[in-house]
Design a protein around this ligand. Structure first.
Ligand SMILES: Nc1ncnc2c1ncn2[C@@H]1O[C@H](COP(=O)(O)OP(=O)(O)OP(=O)(O)O)[C@@H](O)[C@H]1O
Ligand SMILES: [Mg+2]
Length: 450
């Protein structure tokens, strides 16, 4: 993409309505525009990051054996009357009436609808286990939408639902989700810690929330500092293996880590004092096992091996796709702007032309742009007729992790500058070496997608 032809409406001023860094930076970098309280348009740069996050979520869900579907945003109230949630959900549920005076709602989650799909199509235990998921816009009429996309009213969420014959099988599905979430967040450059949580209006007994530690987080959390040393890394896992998934769950949940809803001072006191931490966190996902809470009232049953009909055991598992954009920025920025992790950056590399119109600089930039693109990189080439300072400020603000700067002086020795946004360090190297370095840097990111 050439910046001269792109749509990147960056703001010079810091918007006064934004209270936290990620919200300020998303507005300044021209990623989103607010359309109403808690409702946003995603401008090109924001849309790209959102799609990258979505893509990672899809890849990791499917790696775990989960099957994508797409359900509508609008749902019939009758389905929600079957589970009892039409009345129980409260004011966060946006209720709508159509022209025939039928009660509808804008889905805040999809347990009822997916259960309906299941009961209409599945009859035998032989079709289990089954996990279906989608990534779709949700609406919750939050009392206080704030912090930009972090607490919106309309937001993008991945929600997945497992259907199993027994509680044991459903707990394996729970563990499988936990493992796949660890991989998912690490690919985005985030550490999200599973913490014991409260189940809220979804209902159920077993639940973990995934929290990214950040001072601006809305949840208060309590944990054993040893937990922050854990990494999933690039280990291979067989998602069908009950033992392997269970072992990962135990590894990541055996130390104390709870949100304020389940925090227990007496248990926390058993953690050695120097390891006890109280902090704030951003909830970026949650997994639930809730047994037959929906399958029973809604009649989602299968014929078991013994010929008897039994309600299926279910769970639901969410990832806050649009909230993640804000959470990643909260965890990765400095006073100049955003610093994207390589896994989610909207463009892999930026090219800054220091002397637009100079034949040799222009052609060196064009060659880099062409060759990098041919190698599968997404490149943002700043080909505007602007001074260097303004180009650097834009690149720093939008946070591409790598920048190649091309100027007439360096080119005399066949040198360009490769700069890391995170460390600020630059190397003077040949264009060919810069490309080789980028290939090496991004190899793990491209490999992770396989
Ligand atoms: N209003 C919102 N705006 C953006 N993302 C949200 C919002 N509400 C929930 N999410 C995201 O969707 C994920 C799954 O939804 P879930 O039902 O667990 O939300 P929740 O527990 O009600 O969230 P919260 O406690 O933050 O209100 C959450 O972990 C969060 O990342
Ligand atoms: Mg939650």
């Amino acid at each position: 993409m050439r910046l001269s032809r792109y749509f990147l409406p960056v703001l010079k001023e810091t918007p006064s309505e934004a209270q936290i860094a990620s919200h300020r930076l998303m507005l300044r970098a021209g990623m989103v525009k607010q359309q109403a309280a808690g409702i946003y348009s995603w401008l090109p740069l924001g849309q790209k990051v959102l799609r990258r996050i979505e893509q990672i979520v899809h890849e990791e869900q499917q790696r775990a054996g989960h099957i994508p579907v797409l359900m509508p945003t609008l749902q019939s109230a009758d389905l929600w009357r079957e589970s009892g949630r039409y009345d129980a959900y409260g004011d966060e549920l946006l209720r709508i009436t159509d022209r025939h005076k039928r009660d509808m709602l804008y889905g805040p989650t999809n347990e009822e609808m997916i259960t309906d799909i299941f009961r209409s199509n599945v009859n035998s235990y032989k079709d289990l286990p089954l996990t279906l998921y989608h990534i779709q816009w949700k609406f919750r009429d939050e009392m206080r939408p704030r912090f930009g996309v972090m607490r919106g009213r309309e937001f993008l969420m991945k929600d997945g639902y497992n259907f199993d014959l027994t509680k044991e099988d459903a707990l394996h599905a729970y563990n499988r989700h936990l493992v796949s979430y660890l991989r998912t967040y690490e690919r985005m450059g985030l550490q999200a810690i599973p913490m014991r949580a409260d189940s809220g209006p979804i209902g159920g007994d077993d639940t973990h929330e995934f929290l990214v530690l950040a001072d601006t987080g809305e949840s208060e959390v309590f944990y054993d500092s040893e937990i922050t040393d854990l990494r999933f890394g690039d280990r291979e896992i067989d998602y069908d293996s009950v033992e392997q998934c269970q072992a990962v769950l135990e590894e990541f949940t055996s130390r104390y880590a709870r949100t304020d809803e389940t925090h227990d001072e007496a248990v926390f006191a058993k953690v050695p004092e120097e390891r006890r931490r109280t902090a704030r966190g951003i909830e970026v996902g949650q997994i639930f096992y809730f047994g037959t809470k929906y399958s029973e009232p809604m009649g989602a049953t299968v014929v078991g091996p013994d010929g008897q009909r039994t309600p299926v055991h279910m769970g639901s598992h969410g990832i806050g796709v649009s909230r993640l954009v804000g959470a990643i920025i909260e965890a990765n920025h400095d006073d100049k702007g955003i610093i994207w992790p390589e896994g989610v950056t909207p463009f892999h590399v930026g090219i800054v032309n220091l002397k637009q119109g100079d034949a040799s600089v222009d052609s060196a930039c064009e060659a880099l742009y062409r060759e990098l693109t041919a190698k599968g990189f997404e490149v943002l080439y700043d080909d505007r007729d602007e001074r260097a300072g303004a180009k650097f400020a834009t690149m720093d603000l939008i946070g591409l992790p790598w920048r190649i700067t091309v100027g007439p002086r360096g080119l005399q020795n066949n040198k360009v500058e490769l700069t890391s946004r995170r460390s600020g360090e630059s190397e003077e190297i040949s264009p060919a070496d810069a490309m080789a370095r980028l290939e090496k840097i991004y190899q793990p990111v491209f490999d992770a997608a396989k």
